[in-house]
Every structure is written in structure tokens, then in C-alpha cells.
Design a protein around this ligand. Structure first.
Ligand code: GAP
Length: 456
């Protein structure tokens, strides 16, 4: 597996991720996705939405406002308890999360026993709504997308005539004023989440919790091509924390979050160690009950068949898109030797690749070749992300496309375009990223050949 520096450098060099506001020196915990990053991210989101909403009968989607009535965050417990223990070194004045310190020495200046007493630091980003900046106007940028599903539960159930069990899914930005950010896009202050709240009958939550654990694990493995060695489940219960999968002894005791009776955290083997990519929480009726109390609205469910009335329980698979981008890059980055030269190739599953095809003219000074290459690009564009590139020699163009994970390169040469060439055949070369195998295909068949090969 590559180290973090290799991936950060690839991301900047090739236009996946840039430091936020870089020309002003950046701003900690905020990142900008470049032309390739936005494609990769969109492809990840599309894969999740397809699996979680489009392919299912029992889940529907929403897209809610980021700023919600501040009472939402009182009911959810975030105003009172969404905090981390903050300490400051009295010598260098750097701030840290107490629970992440591993010794009594300051990680910045090295002095011993210089930390202040811990105080709880609330991670909610505050803002003001309207023209007056007083306490009555305070609002928060959402720290999770989940609460919108709880406050819209009744609207969605009624308008879509849904019966329990069913789920509500959403993709969107979340904001946390993290004390320490780091590991590139792993821990940010602004990030994107994909969350689904699955409403179910009390008593069936353990069964659904296990089902969603298995579904989500299978989704990660298939979507990112993750080997069994690099992903595992951390089981966090009040009594104990255990591991299903590799390195079972590499685990720290943890407690489930304040809203959860138990969590399955999916973890990926990053260079900095096993780290969470998705949490699957058994949230009971914690949220709906709290919202019922504070809003005074009845959010209970009446089951027509059993004539029972109850407050639904919830199982929630919640993942971060930015962490998924990292997984896609780490898991699929390869360096290999080809004819005594290093080849860097991003073996992304085809559905995730930012560009599916690159059309490359062998000679950019031959108008006949350029014209055919541009025509093929135009034919491909309505069907897939395709680019034309003539800015270097062919070897270099192939290497660039390998490094950004483009599954197919189409080369237009003299044989394709010049009837005077003794080997003229009107065909192009299609080169496969992974095998580097090349086939000759008639110009008018390129689109169909690619479309059939893009289906995995
Ligand atoms: N609604 C439940 C919830 O928000 P969480 O474990 O705090 O649970 C879910 O967050 C996922 O969101 C995490 O597994 C992670 O992938 C992502 N995430 C959380 N905080 C993040 C941060 N500061 N930066 C990037 N991703 C983050």
C-alpha cells in the first residue's frame, strides 16, 4: 500500500484534491476537489444511491436544508453533548484532544506535564440567521445529515405511503469544528456524508442491525474492490469492543455514541492504522422520542395489521464520502515494473474511474489523424466521460491516463487515417489499462466496444 504522501502528491498533481484556499495559505480542515476528484466523488455517490435507494423498494431519498431549527440539535443531544476533551500545552499553546494523547509529553514541543485540565469543547459550528447577531438568532451548520430524516419522518411516510420497515436516505455536507484535523481528507471540518435511517418495529432491531452490517460490508468490498485483508468490522457494545476480521487484537475499548445501543464500525487499513469509514448504529427510538418530546408532535406509528402503536426504532448506516475517496485511492494504487520502467496505475473499478476513455492522436501535426480523434471523442462524450489529449508523446499520454485510472485509451495513428499508408485499415487501437492489451477496432465501432467493456 502507498504511503499518505504518495497519495496526497498524486491528488494535487493530477487534479483530484487541492488544499482549500491554497493561494492564501489554506485553511485547516477544508479541501477542494478538482476536476478528477469531483468525478470520482460523484461516481461514489451514484454507486451508493443506486444500492441504497434505486435498487430497493423500502428506501426513499430526501435532500434537506443544511441549517435547521436549532431545537433539532437540542433534541438530538448535540448542543449538550457533542464535544471532545480539549487541552492546551502551557508552554507552546498548541491545542489537542486529550483522548488522542499517547504520553505526558506535548506532541508539538516535547515538554512534559504541561497540559491544562481538559474542558469539553463543543464541535458545532455556530452562525446567525437574519440581520441581528443575538442569541435568539443562533443557528448551527448541521454536524450530521441524519436529523433531517427524523424530523421529516412523518412527511415522508405519509406522502410516500410507506409502511414500517422502511428507510430514508440522504447525501449532503456536514460540518464539525474538529479540534484536530488531519490525515489529508480523513478528518475534515467540512465533509460529505451518506446516511440512511431505517425505521423498524422495536424488537427487530438486532436482526436488522446484522443485516445492514452484512449489506454494507459487501457494498464496500464490491464497489472499491477491497481485499478481505484491508477491511474489518469493529463491534462496539456497552460491555465490550471486539473485532470481526483481520488483526482482532489491535483494538481499543470504546463506548457507543450517546444515541446508540451498539455500533458496528467498518474500518479500513489506512497507513495510519485501522480507522472508521462507516458507522452502523442501532439508534433505538432515541431520536424520534426526543423530537416528540421537544416538538410536541406525535411521531408514533400505528400498525394496521397488528393494531399496535409504537415509536419506531432505527438502524443507521452512516458513511463519509471523503473517506471513501481515500479508500478508492489507497486500495487501487499500484506501482509495477514494465520493461524496466516504473508504471503507476490506478486500478479503479470502471464505474468509479473519473474518465472512462482518452482519445490520443499519434501525430498532432497530421490534420487527418486529429480530425478522426476529435470526432471519436465527440461521439463518446454523450455516453461517458471522455477526453482528447495531444499534449505529449504517446508513451507519456498512456502513463498519465494509467495514473488517473482511465480504463481505455484509444489511439488514432497513420494506419487509421491515411489511405496512402501501406498498412491503412481504418481502425484504431484500444488499449486496456490493466492488461495493457491492445486490440484494433473499426472507427465506427469504438463506442459500442467501450460501452460493452465498461459493464463489469
Ligand atoms: N449520524 C451518525 C454519524 O454522523 P459518525 O460516526 O459521527 O456518525 C459517520 O459519522 C461517518 O461520517 C464516519 O464513519 C465518517 O466516514 C464520516 N465522518 C465523520 N466525521 C468526519 C470528519 N470530521 N471528516 C470526514 N469524515 C467524517
Amino acid at each position: 500500500m502507498p504511503d499518505m504522501e504518495t497519495i496526497v502528491s498524486l491528488c494535487k498533481r493530477r487534479g483530484f484534491v487541492f488544499q482549500g484556499s491554497e493561494i492564501y495559505g489554506g485553511i485547516g480542515g477544508f479541501w477542494d476537489y478538482g476536476p478528477l476528484g469531483v468525478e470520482l466523488k460523484n461516481n461514489i455517490k451514484r454507486a451508493w444511491w443506486k444500492a441504497m435507494v434505486q435498487d430497493r423498494d423500502d428506501v426513499v431519498g430526501i435532500d434537506a436544508a443544511i441549517i435547521m431549527n436549532p431545537n433539532v440539535w437540542v433534541a438530538s443531544g448535540h448542543v449538550a453533548t457533542f464535544s471532545d476533551p480539549l487541552v492546551e500545552c502551557k508552554n507552546c499553546h498548541k491545542r489537542f484532544r486529550e483522548d488522542q494523547l499517547t504520553s505526558t509529553a506535548c506532541p508539538n514541543c516535547g515538554n512534559r506535564n504541561t497540559m491544562t485540565e481538559a474542558r469539553q469543547f463543543n464541535l458545532l459550528f455556530k452562525t446567525h440567521v437574519g440581520p441581528v447577531e443575538d442569541d435568539a438568532a443562533v443557528a448551527y451548520l448541521r454536524p450530521e445529515t441524519a436529523q433531517a430524516m427524523f424530523v421529516n419522518y412523518e412527511n415522508v411516510r405519509e406522502s410516500m405511503r410507506k409502511k414500517i420497515p422502511f428507510g430514508i436516505a440522504q447525501i449532503g455536507r456536514s460540518f464539525r469544528n474538529e479540534i484536530i484535523t488531519g490525515n489529508f481528507i480523513f478528518r475534515d471540518r467540512e465533509f460529505e456524508q451518506m446516511e440512511m435511517e431505517f425505521f423498524l418495529k422495536p424488537g427487530t432491531e438486532d436482526e436488522w442491525h446484522d443485516r445492514w452490517r452484512d449489506e454494507r460490508l459487501a457494498w464496500w468490498k464490491k464497489t472499491f474492490n477491497i481485499s478481505d485483508n484491508n477491511i474489518r468490522v469493529k463491534v462496539i457494545r456497552r460491555e465490550a469492543t471486539t473485532i470481526i476480521g483481520p488483526d482482532p487484537d489491535d483494538v481499543k475499548e470504546e463506548k457507543p455514541p450517546h444515541y446508540s445501543k451498539g455500533n458496528y464500525d467498518l474500518e479500513y487499513r489506512f497507513p495510519m492504522g485501522w480507522s472508521e469509514i462507516e458507522g452502523i448504529a442501532s439508534r433505538t427510538d432515541y431520536d424520534l422520542s426526543s423530537h416528540m418530546k421537544l416538538s410536541g408532535k406525535d411521531l408514533s406509528y400505528f400498525d394496521d395489521e397488528t393494531k399496535q402503536k409504537y415509536i419506531p426504532y432505527v438502524v443507521e448506516p452512516a458513511m463519509g464520502v471523503d473517506r471513501a475517496v481515500l479508500v478508492a485511492l489507497f486500495e487501487n494504487y499500484c506501482e509495477e515494473q514494465v520493461k524496466n520502467e516504473k508504471r503507476v496505475v490506478l486500478r479503479l473499478p470502471k464505474a468509479l474511474a473519473p474518465f472512462k476513455a482518452a482519445v490520443l492522436p499519434l501525430a498532432r501535426n497530421r490534420p487527418e489523424i486529429v480530425e478522426i480523434a476529435k470526432k471519436i471523442t465527440a461521439e463518446l462524450k454523450p455516453h461517458m466521460m471522455a477526453m482528447y489529449d495531444d499534449t505529449a508523446a504517446i508513451g507519456k499520454l498512456y502513463r498519465r491516463q494509467d495514473e488517473i485510472g482511465t480504463p481505455f485509451c484509444i489511439t488514432v495513428d497513420h494506419q487509421t487515417a491515411l489511405p496512402s499508408d501501406e498498412k491503412y485499415d481504418g481502425k484504431v487501437t484500444i488499449r486496456d489499462r490493466d492488461s495493457m492489451e491492445q486490440i484494433r477496432v473499426p472507427v465506427d465501432q469504438v463506442k459500442d466496444v467501450l460501452l460493452s467493456r465498461l459493464v463489469e
